[in-house]
Design a protein around this ligand. Structure first.
Ligand SMILES: CC(C)(COP(=O)(O)OP(=O)(O)OC[C@H]1O[C@@H](n2cnc3c(N)ncnc32)[C@H](O)[C@@H]1OP(=O)(O)O)[C@@H](O)C(=O)NCCC(=O)NCCS
Length: 390
């Protein structure tokens, strides 16, 4: 029986997608992927690039500088043209779709070694750039109910999640991320990236830009609703939403016996992966059916899950998804989630997997099952279960 294992997982720091304040404002997604490919190959010299079976990349908005992202960033990194590259698009779960693709290719015997990750640059390729909505959608759904922030409001209203609960959840995300950074927990997974600014000055970016260790629930309570007028809003704000970001993440997945033959270590194996569809006007609940499907495929239940990485697109949807899955918040996002760390859309499926891998290698050495899951714009969810490889 062939198995897919994680040999390594790395990511860039995650920067704000802000034209004046963003630390990566002079960089584009291929720059970030090039830096990760270089670092990954350097720190795993037993893996020869000529033996790589594929480079799989998730990216939500594959236009402008993210057009042809997988192949062009591979070639632009000076890597051999014989190695194929494939881009995956499933909005926020694009990189998770890439991970499922690579793991399934390994299990099916199509290849033994895959570099798989994702990238998104929400500054130079903003959400909605170059898109034209197909008008037929309007026959079935109200187009004003489809933007992400409005789906978060709808989930909060339907499950009666109040402002206080959303702000408290988000505050904790910032506290956990700030503490994890302070304790050096991200050291092994974050690869410093050199940024050159407009005046020619250079700076090595070594940490995430968004965690706010100094925020308070009271300060967050002052923020105005971001998507609806105050009288119509349940209180979805900039404070309890994921920010806009630039970032990338990359995993090295190998067939288990190949990893053994090369003398490479690992601690997680791919157990199951699933995707599911939900009402697009409440896209945030996608983690519920996708995780349930993945657990069923794995032959386990929610009680068996020891550690969870759920992508915090919004506090409302994370709170509801965990509640409906019957997974306590204490098991989730131990080093902070996307509200604090950031959510570069197409990279996030890989970013949360990289962090899950790090957590299960260090803080949660006894955990047997880890779940990584995300909600997906236009009403889907994706989930992966990783099992400790004994
Ligand atoms: C919500 C959203 C519209 C806010 O955009 P924005 O106003 O540009 O938000 P910012 O993150 O720049 O925050 C604005 C200000 O709010 C304040 N603020 C935000 N979070 C805060 C916090 N936790 N504590 C205190 N102040 C905070 C700050 O003053 C901040 O400005 P500054 O940091 O430059 O001083 C945007 O982040 C967004 O669209 N998020 C969702 C993205 C999305 O849909 N992703 C896909 C999900 S499926």
């Amino acid at each position: 029986m062939r198995e897919a294992v994680i040999v390594d997982g790395i990511r860039t720091p995650i920067a704000r997608a802000h034209k004046e304040k963003g630390w990566f404002r002079t960089l584009k997604s291929p720059d970030l992927l090039t830096a990760l490919l270089k670092a990954m190959l350097e720190r795993n010299p037993k893996v020869k690039v000529a033996e790589v079976d594929g480079f799989y990349v998730g990216c939500a908005n594959q236009t402008l500088s993210q057009h042809g992202i997988a192949r062009l960033s591979w070639l632009g990194s000076g890597l051999p043209f014989e190695i194929p590259a494939v881009a995956f698009e499933m909005q926020c779960a694009s990189a998770m779709a890439a991970i499922h693709g690579a793991a399934n290719a390994i299990i099916a015997g199509q290849g033994d070694i895959y570099l798989v990750g994702g990238a998104e640059d929400m500054l130079h390729v903003p959400m909605g750039a170059n898109i034209e909505f197909w008008s037929q959608i309007g026959k079935f759904y109200n187009p004003f109910e489809l933007p992400m922030g409005l789906t978060a409001e709808k989930v909060a209203a339907k499950w009666n999640i109040g402002r206080q609960e959303m702000d408290q959840f988000s505050y904790e995300s910032h506290m956990k991320a700030a503490k994890a950074w302070e304790q050096g927990k991200f050291k092994n997974e974050v690869i410093p990236i050199e940024a050159t600014f407009e005046d020619g000055s250079k700076q090595m970016i070594e940490r995430d830009q968004c965690p706010r260790g100094d925020t308070t629930v009271a300060a967050m309570g002052q923020l105005k609703p971001a998507f609806l007028p105050p009288d119509k809003s349940k209180g979805v704000t900039a404070g309890n939403s994921s920010p806009l970001n630039q970032g990338a993440a990359l995993l090295l997945l190998l067939e288990r016996s190949k990893a053994d033959a090369l003398g490479l270590s690992y601690h997680l194996k791919y157990k199951s992966g699933a995707i599911a569809g939900v009402d697009p006007t409440m896209m945030g609940i996608g983690p519920i059916p996708s995780s349930q499907k993945a657990m069923k495929l794995a032959g386990i239940s929610a009680q068996d899950i020891d550690v969870v990485e759920i992508n915090e697109a919004f506090a409302s949807q994370s709170i509801v998804s965990l509640k409906e899955l019957g997974i306590p918040q204490e098991k989730a996002n131990l080093w902070g989630g996307a509200i604090a760390i950031g959510h570069p859309l197409g990279a996030s499926g890989a970013r949360i997997t990289v962090t899950l891998n790090s957590i299960m290698k260090t803080d949660k050495k006894d955990a047997q099952y880890g779940l990584a899951t995300l909600c997906v714009g236009f009403g889907q969810g994706a989930a992966t279960i990783w099992e400790r490889a004994k």
